[in-house]
Design a protein around this ligand. Structure first.
Ligand SMILES: Cc1ncc(COP(=O)(O)O)c(C=O)c1O
Length: 400
């Protein structure tokens, strides 16, 4: 069957070339015969799914991300592809850099957007600033601190965890005591702990880290664009985020910024970072951040994140202190007697709406609703509440 398919396409190409009277017409017959012969050795047929158009249903993405992407941003995806070394590409990258500097409120020159999701920026931050055997302190109050601790352990760091129950927060005094004890080169904190729905205070922690010669790394994947953060004013040394949450862009790019202190540490290492792809020596050159005259190293294309404001959405009770609620992701205690998976499945089936369960340590404790950026409208909040009420009415209580 596939032989017939390739033969047909070869014939079509031949006819087209002949019709155009191109030089290819005279040379194409032997070439196409060879092509036809080589294709005939293909034994695995093209899968049927490759022959039908891609379908993506319209859903209300009211979970902790990804969020719905506004038409203005979707339209950008239809622009022509340009080469990754074209001058226009560098201009676009410079614009992206300025946009990130604004969103992060920083003047850091070492500001780029990684190809990859939030995890890419997470690994980039740790891999570049920490060397094997060095001490790293991680605040764990949900899944993301634990994830960074594991990443740092995998690359051979000496990891110390400060642990709270999901949704708990750390006082500056507790942080300073732990920094004094473990003398880390890096302290990690999640600003928007999306597994627990907590927005952690940041003020004063950068000063503590400076005093103890430690870098302050902050994850804002679930909070940037929804809760205020001021990288320079708050003395944050490394800050990263993701594109698919409150910024309402497609997933796949992760903005990150390093200040002078972080650059000093990462460019004066004894060992090379464990990852080639995430090595800031290469990335900073491609992004024109290293002060060298030309972009010397071939790298990969990135695309445009954008800034979008967000306001506080529905607040329903769970364990998180009310004034530390994360504006972008609201955790809801699972209503008594209900099976949370059934509620979520009902809402998806009858309302085409995504909400999610807990994540990591909050699984089985909470459901999570995110109304981020473009999605953050009163009508959407009302729709989400209606869907929840409908689910409570129609799903049976399965637990005592
Ligand atoms: C706070 C936080 N950090 C990191 C991540 C990981 O980001 P990504 O899924 O884009 O890799 C997430 C994802 O939900 C997150 O909420």
């Amino acid at each position: 069957m596939q032989r017939a398919l390739f033969s047909r396409s070869a014939l079509l190409a031949q006819q087209a070339a002949a019709a155009l009277d191109s030089p290819l017409a005279s040379r194409s017959a032997p070439l196409l015969q060879r092509l036809d012969r080589s294709m005939s050795s293909v034994t695995i047929p093209p899968p049927a799914c490759m022959l039908r158009p891609l379908e993506a249903p319209l859903r209300y993405l009211f979970g902790p991300g990804p969020s719905n992407v506004p038409p203005r941003i979707l339209a950008v995806g239809a622009k022509p592809i340009i080469g990754h070394l074209h001058p226009e590409m560098y201009e676009i990258m410079n614009d992206i850099k300025r946009g990130i500097q604004y969103a992060f409120q920083t003047e850091n020159n070492m500001t780029i957007s990684m190809s990859g999701s939030g995890h890419a920026a997470m690994e980039c931050a740790v891999f570049n600033t920490v060397e094997p055997g060095e001490s790293v302190l991680v605040a764990v109050n949900g899944i993301w601190g634990e994830r960074v601790a594991e990443i740092a352990e995998r690359m051979g760091a000496n990891v110390h965890r400060m642990v709270k129950t999901p949704g708990g927060y750390f006082s500056n005094k507790e942080i300073e005591q732990a920094v004094e004890k473990h003398k880390p080169v890096l302290f990690f904190l999640t600003h928007g702990e999306s597994s627990a729905g907590l927005c952690h205070p940041v003020d004063g922690i950068g000063d503590i880290c400076r005093k103890h010669n430690c870098l302050f790394l902050v994850d804002t994947v679930a909070s940037l664009g929804a809760a205020p953060i001021f990288m320079d004013k708050q003395n944050i040394d490394i800050l990263y985020t993701g594109s698919q949450k409150a910024l309402n862009a497609p997933p796949g790019t992760a903005p990150i910024s390093f200040n002078e202190r972080a650059c000093h540490k990462m460019f004066n290492r004894k060992t090379k970072p464990v990852s080639y792809l995430f090595d800031m020596t290469h990335l900073s050159n491609y992004w024109g951040c290293d002060g060298k005259p030309a972009r010397l190293i071939v790298y990969v294309t990135h695309y445009v994140p954008h800034w979008c404001c967000n306001v506080v959405t529905t607040v329903i009770s769970s364990h998180v202190l009310q004034d530390l609620r994360l504006p972008s992701v609201t955790t809801i205690a699972i209503p008594d007697g209900y099976e949370w998976r059934e509620l979520l499945a009902y809402i998806m089936k009858h309302h085409q709406m995504e909400m999610t369960g807990g994540l990591g340590p909050s699984i089985g404790m909470v459901m999570r609703i995110g109304l981020m950026g473009y999605n953050c409208e009163k009508t959407n909040a009302d729709m989400a509440l209606n869907a929840l009420a409908d689910a409570l009415k129609n799903c049976k209580k399965s637990k005592a």
